[in-house]
Design a binder for this molecule. Structure first.
Ligand SMILES: N[C@@H](CCC(=O)N[C@@H](CS)C(=O)NCC(=O)O)C(=O)O
Length: 206
């Protein structure tokens, strides 16, 4: 059975397309016009009371939260290839940086870009200089987050960095620039960009 991703190219669902392309399994994109509020339709609210996308349907399984969708897909369909197996100690580093993206980089970059007032000791994303140091620690001197092994953590963490750099919410260090260049070279990322661009064109969003 094909995987179905509720999608809009100007959303976090665009990054999940990269995961699906890395996986190489058949999938279907269902366009949700978030600019017109289609994500709040009753049938979608039934699947995700948050009224947000991305949303993945895999048979009877419904997964929301972009990072969770990618982690689920890698564990279910590419364990040992795009995700370290459950008993592989690299799993610690894998999960560390995969979760760092939505819990620290996303809110931390937005906080910095929009000048949010908060106490770094209370906010889970902490202070900006520490976040930048942690990002450099993750990528400096390595091909990928797990060394020579590319994994879905790179899609989640690298995809978040790529987006934040693109919208100028994060200034990349030289190590981050080199890491992102390695990711740009991946054919699956290029295919995902093409798929997202095709949806932009099809729906006249450009
Ligand atoms: N925590 C969710 C955030 C999902 C989210 O905020 N999606 C946005 C698009 S990127 C959305 O659906 N916005 C429309 C709305 O909130 O009405 C995730 O990581 O996937």
């Amino acid at each position: 059975m094909a995987l179905t991703l509720y999608h809009h190219p100007f959303s976090r669902a665009a990054g999940v397309v990269w995961t699906l392309e890395e996986l190489g399994r058949p999938y279907e994109l269902k366009f949700v016009d978030i600019l017109k509020g289609a994500q709040k339709a009753p049938e979608l609210l039934e699947l995700n009371p948050m009224g947000k996308i991305p949303l993945l349907v895999d048979g009877d399984v419904v997964v929301t939260e972009a990072a969770a969708i990618s982690l689920y897909l890698a564990d279910r369909y590419a364990s040992g290839e795009l995700a370290p197996k459950l008993d592989d100690p690299r799993r610690g580093t894998y999960l560390r940086w995969a979760l760092f993206a939505p819990s620290v980089i996303e809110p931390g970059s937005l906080a910095q870009a929009y000048g949010w007032q908060f106490k770094p000791g209370q906010a889970g994303w902490g202070d900006h200089p520490s976040m930048l140091k942690a990002i450099d620690l993750a990528v400096a001197g390595k091909e990928y987050l797990l060394g020579h092994m590319f994994s879905i953590a790179d899609v989640i963490f690298g995809g978040t960095l790529r987006y934040m750099v693109r919208v100028k919410s994060l200034a990349p260090s030289p190590a981050v620039t080199e890491y992102l260049a390695r990711l740009e070279a991946r054919p699956a990322l290029q295919r995902a960009d093409e798929k997202n661009a095709a949806v932009v064109k099809e729906h006249g969003l450009g």
